[in-house]
Design a protein around this ligand. Structure first.
Ligand SMILES: Nc1ncnc2c1ncn2[C@@H]1O[C@H](COP(=O)(O)OP(=O)(O)OP(=O)(O)O)[C@@H](O)[C@H]1O
Ligand SMILES: [Mg+2]
Length: 305
């Protein structure tokens, strides 16, 4: 019987000399879902992804893609994958269109069919008007869109996207999100890494947050927010010492940054009113809890690398 999972990773390890970049990671991506891997710089996201598409051999662990085993069945796996790497891997001297046509050759796609697909994908990613432009003449946003288009040339069942919208303007990001949602609606499975928490919350059905090569949590974005943060958050600029005392005394969960107090309020009746009326000298904001709150709570606020 064919397994239902798009990806099954079990006890994955990647060791570079003395560095354990991926340290016993296990997760499974269901068919047709968008699964996110989040984590600070250096957490091991790209390393994990590279093992899945066979770019980098795993040191230890078990990895299956659509029931096929890495690395033994990589050829068959690659035929079902589209990969959008973190770096720009386009051929700078080829045109937008040629980049797609040349890539199609790796999959032995016949020329007429390659041309049809390329034309369709350029339209899909809103690049049709730049089809003759050389790749090194494209803007950053166009480059990312072309890399996604290229990853779709073999009509994959699983699309792997390593930070697909980094550096894009809001218009391009929204355009990419809409197209990814369309692909997902057609049944494509997606594995995504991103540093944009709003992107992950919007696109991912489930996600993991990892750090130092290990998984910290796994779940749906809404469930993670609910269980790790609560419903809403009160942020107070220049908080007076009495306020810190007050939230501590009430047993509330909070983060005390140098010039900002963040109180995880869980929709407690009247709390915002009391804080803003009695303790706020300047700024006091009530907002919805977000995935970014979860990310910072779990991975800390210190800079990486
Ligand atoms: N080829 C390599 N040789 C040695 N160390 C490596 C190699 N590739 C990655 N690393 C290290 O492995 C760790 C994980 O890197 P990785 O690129 O997977 O992180 P990431 O989560 O993708 O980070 P980012 O968000 O910055 O893209 C880092 O400490 C990195 O320096
Ligand atoms: Mg990376």
């Amino acid at each position: 019987m064919e397994t239902l999972a798009a990806i099954e990773a079990e006890n994955l390890h990647k060791i570079y000399g003395r560095l354990v970049a991926v340290d016993g990671l296990s997760f499974s991506v269901r068919r047709g879902e968008c699964f996110g891997i989040l984590g600070p710089n250096g957490a091991g996201k790209t390393t994990t992804i590279r093992m899945i598409y066979g770019f980098s051999p795993m040191t230890k662990g078990r990895l299956r893609v659509f029931g096929l085993t890495v690395p033994d069945e990589l050829r068959d796996i690659k035929a079902r994958l589209g990969v959008c790497q973190q770096e720009n891997t386009l051929d700078p001297d080829l045109s937008t269109l040629e980049n797609l046509i040349v890539f199609a050759r790796y999959f032995n796609i016949p020329k007429t069919s390659a041309q049809e697909r390329a034309a369709r994908l350029l339209q899909f990613m809103a690049l049709d008007h730049r089809r003759e432009a050389r790749a090194n003449e494209l803007s950053g946003g166009m480059v990312r869109r072309l890399i996604i288009a290229r990853a779709l040339i073999n009509d994959p069942q699983l699309l792997i996207l390593d930070e697909p919208t980094t550096g894009l303007d809001p218009q391009s990001r929204h355009q990419v999100w809409e197209q990814l949602e369309k692909l997902k609606a057609e049944g494509l499975s997606i594995l995504l890494t991103t540093h944009y928490m709003d992107e992950a919350a919007r696109l991912c059905d489930r996600l993991i947050i990892m750090d130092h090569g290990r998984m910290l949590v796994e779940g749906g974005p809404t469930d993670l927010i609910k269980s790790y943060i609560g419903r809403d958050v009160i942020e107070v600029g220049e908080p007076p010492a009495e306020l810190v005392e007050y939230v501590r005394g009430r047993g509330l969960s909070y983060d005390n940054l140098a010039s900002r107090l963040i109180v995880y309020s869980n929709g407690e009746e009247g709390l915002y009113h009391k804080i803003s009326q009695e303790f706020c000298k300047s700024e006091c904001v009530l907002r919805m809890a977000t995935l970014e709150d979860v990310f910072l709570k779990l991975t800390g606020r210190e800079l990486r690398e």
